[in-house]
Ligand binder design. Sequence first.
Ligand code: CO
Length: 466
Amino acid sequence: MKKVQLTETVLRDANQSLMATRLPYADYADILPEMDKAGYYSVECWGGATFDSCLRYLGEDPWERLRNLRKNLPNTRLQMLLRGQNLLGYKHYHDDVVEKFVELSIKNGIDIIRIFDALNDFRNIKTALEATKKYATKRTIASGCISYTQSPVHTVEKYVSMCKELKSMGFETICLKDMAGTMSPFEAESLIKGIKDAVGNMPLILHTHCTTGMAYMTVMKAIDSGVDVVDTATSCFSNGTSQPATETMFYALQQYGIKTGLNEDVINKVNDYFKPIKQKYVDSGLINPKSMATDAQALVYKVPGGMLSNMIANLKDMKAMDKFDAALAEIPSVRKDLGYPPLVTPLSQMVGNQAVVNVLMGERYKQISTEVKNYFKGEYGIAPAPVNLELQAKIIGEGNEPVDCRIEDSKRTGQEFKDAKKALGDLARSEEDLMSYICYPGQTETFLKERKAKEENIAKYSIEEA
Ligand code: CO
């Protein structure tokens, strides 16, 4: 019997896509023992924006959250999303920082590390992969992830060769990550058949979003074409900018005789549990009705929904909505000049903003943002296709070469750890505290100070009561 497994995303990507990652651990703690019986391929619950959100908005220690997840989901694979050399942020960290982060993630309970780079520059995921292998337990899986995008240079052949490379690097599974939800059923079919032919029995995972309304069709076609795992979210946290619904996929696949290994009762209970939680955040306004709707604009304009709304907001701010069509038309040219980067954060914003500036100034690249300059300097990695050399020369100077960010950055100095220790003093009690500080210094310092103040308060009260 054919088998397709599902990864439940409610705790990470659904939470991130629908409600800006503001779901506190306390909201879902009680359902974890039930979720543990569901039979998911994995539960995506950590990484991505959850780390930042814990420290910045929720007053939670992300590591403690992970340990609690581990304790309450003992039989389930815990999955995280990691942005390669950027870890969970947007800058490149030194190799020793990346290695320690991976070590601590596994030590605190992560089983599957899904590792990607926004530009698919695989040099940027190598250190994280090696660290995953080094600290792997029996349960650990290193999953190599491709940022999916459409452009004249992103052909099936190109994706197939990327998958071969991920396999030869030593990844155990491959994930196709369609952030914008623009992969069509037709594209899924040719892509997945091509990849399966090339990498044989290596498990293939599809991650997409319902944003454009395409996801269910694409997922079904992907399953038809041989995909092994798909990402879904419990139904009340599905659709819109989130993933397709877990229970819906279960019912559809069951009729085809495709085994998911899911327990029907349990997945329904999970949804019942999350319904009032979702309602609470709809009522508070944290879940915006817009994020729950289908918006096919991304298919029409070939840019992700978030990028489009960002651009419209910018133009409205500048009272220049009359330039909207011109700015839209400028996007493909800017993208071409940059060597067709996948339109994901932060590249989508960079391309969108530069297109707007080019149109508003009435002259292309009269003004160039710092981010775009850094991109041409090579700080983000290698572009998928050759960049506009004239523009590159204008930015980095005639005859200069872009820097190799990976080699520049791969020194192991231990400096970040020394700096963190010095800055935090007795506020830091663990390697995890230091790591939080290295990733998000401001937020971590505030969080650790509050933790200390809270404890001193508790101590004071217990003395008074005694
Ligand atoms: Co996603």
